[in-house]
Design a protein around this ligand. Sequence first.
Ligand SMILES: [Zn+2]
Ligand SMILES: [Zn+2]
Length: 140
Amino acid sequence: MADVEGSCACGAITVRVVDGFGDNAKAAICHCTDCQKAAGSLCNYWAPVLVEKLHVVKGQPKTYRSPEGKSMSGKPVQRTFCPDCGTPLYVYAEGVPSRYCVILALFGNNLEPGVEIFWRSAKRERVSLCPNYSDLENVD
Ligand SMILES: [Zn+2]
Ligand SMILES: [Zn+2]
């Protein structure tokens, strides 16, 4: 597949996903409390991308690294965002070192949802945000 590029709200940062997300790529809806705060919303909407396939091609993002033991896995989580407009860009969970979780709003939320995770943090327990996707996988 061709590379795809996405940018933050102000346009200062552009990221590239080499070879795109893949034909069968699906989005994850993450209800964890850290994603709720980072997104300023009910949840985060992202897709996994191998670390070697994600490149910042314009601008200088900033990264916040959570302290040991504060994330749901216990391992630090790095959240990268645009320092000018605050748009979240991608997340790196140090407990899952092979990939980034790339925020799909940068790309126009271009993928269909495939999984909803961390339901135990959701305020709307088991009320799917995507009720029309009957094959949506659910993970606590
Ligand atoms: Zn920006
Ligand atoms: Zn999350």
